[in-house]
Design a protein. Structure first.
Length: 294
C-alpha cells in the first residue's frame, strides 16, 4: 500500500477504511487507524517507505473500524494518540461499544471486531487545534454520527471521518448508523460552510464535490426519518418500527451486528421525532410504544 498525496500536507493510505496522513518536516500524523492490526500495519509501512517518522495518531471518533489499529500503531511506531473527549474514553474501554448497542454484557454473536476494537491508550484529549508535523490543524466538531466526532482540517483539506458517506455506500446501506439525528443535521449544516479544496472520507476517495456529498447525505437522513415516522403510524413498538422501517428502505436481511446498528440508528430517529414534537413515547402493557402526536 502506498501513501497517496491529496494536497499540501494532506495524504492518505487507501483501504476499506481510509487512513489519513498529515506529512511535514519529515514527520507523519495518522488520522484514524483502521479496523485492525493488518490495516494499521499497511499504513505504518506506507509512511515508513515514504521516509517519514510517525509522531501522532488522531482519532476522529471511537468506532471500532476507526480505532481498531490504534494498539498496533502505538506499539510499532510509538506515536502519541489524540482523541476527542468522550470518544477517548470509549477508545480506552472498547467493551463499551457492544455494551451500548445491546444495553448489557454482549454474547459472542455481537462481540466481534466490527463492534469491539482492541483496547488502546489515549495520551491526549483534543482541543480546538493541534500543532503537529509543523502544521496547525483545526479540529472541527462533527457530532451526530457518533457522540463527539471531529473532522481534522488542514489549510487545503478536510478529513471528515464518518461525518459524510459516499452516495454509493448510502445506496448499499440505506440506514446509516447515527447517535443523534438532531446533532447530525446541525453538523451537515456546519460542514456546508467549509471552504476546502478537498474532502476526504473514511469510506470514500478524496473529492472536491462537497455539495454533492452533502445533498446525498441529507437525502439519506431525511428518507430514513420519514420511513421511521411512517413505520410508527399511528402507534408501534420499537421492534415493529425497526422491522417496518428496514423493510420500507429495502433491507431484506440483517445479521445480529447489523441489526443492532440499524436498530440504534432507528432509535436515534425516534428520539429526534420525540424531541421535535412529532412522537410520544410510553410503556404500554410491558412494551415500549411510540405514538404519533395528534
Ligand atoms: Zn463511525
Amino acid at each position: 500500500m502506498t501513501l497517496e498525496r491529496i494536497v499540501g500536507a494532506a495524504h492518505y493510505v487507501p483501504g476499506r477504511v481510509n487512513i489519513g496522513v498529515i506529512a511535514g518536516e519529515g514527520q507523519a500524523a495518522f488520522i484514524d487507524s483502521g479496523m485492525d492490526e493488518s490495516a494499521a500495519r499497511k499504513a505504518a509501512q506506507a509512511v515508513e517507505q515514504a521516509g517519514l517518522r510517525p509522531v501522532a495518531l488522531i482519532n476522529t471518533h471511537a468506532h471500532a473500524d476507526h480505532c481498531g489499529g490504534n494498539a498496533f500503531l502505538a506499539k510499532r511506531t510509538g506515536v502519541a494518540v489524540y482523541a476527542p473527549p468522550v470518544e477517548a474514553a470509549l477508545i480506552q474501554h472498547p467493551e463499551i461499544e457492544p455494551f451500548y448497542l445491546f444495553g448489557a454484557a454482549p454474547f459472542p454473536a455481537i462481540d466481534g471486531k466490527w463492534l469491539h476494537a482492541a483496547p488502546s491508550q489515549v495520551d491526549h484529549t483534543l482541543g480546538a487545534t493541534l500543532s503537529v508535523c509543523g502544521l496547525d490543524l483545526e479540529l472541527f466538531p462533527a457530532p451526530g454520527h457518533s457522540i463527539n466526532q471531529v473532522a481534522v482540517l488542514t489549510p487545503e483539506a478536510a478529513f471528515l471521518g464518518d461525518a459524510l458517506m459516499a452516495p454509493a455506500l448510502l445506496e448499499r446501506y440505506p440506514i446509516q448508523y447515527c447517535y443523534d439525528v438532531v446533532a447530525h443535521r446541525a453538523t451537515l449544516a456546519a460542514l456546508a460552510g467549509l471552504q476546502k479544496p478537498w474532502y476526504v472520507g473514511a469510506h470514500f476517495s478524496p473529492t472536491r464535490d462537497l455539495e454533492g456529498l452533502l445533498a446525498a447525505n441529507r437525502r439519506n437522513l431525511e428518507r430514513t426519518a420519514e420511513a421511521v415516522l411512517a413505520a410508527v403510524a399511528p402507534a408501534a413498538t420499537t421492534e415493529d418500527v425497526v422491522a417496518r422501517a428496514a423493510e420500507a428502505l429495502g433491507i431484506l436481511s440483517m445479521d445480529p451486528p447489523a441489526y443492532l446498528l440499524n436498530a440504534a440508528a432507528i432509535k436515534a430517529h425516534l428520539s429526534a421525532h420525540v424531541r421535535e414534537g412529532r412522537l410520544d413515547f410510553e410503556i404500554l402493557e410491558g412494551r415500549p410504544l411510540w405514538r404519533r402526536q395528534p
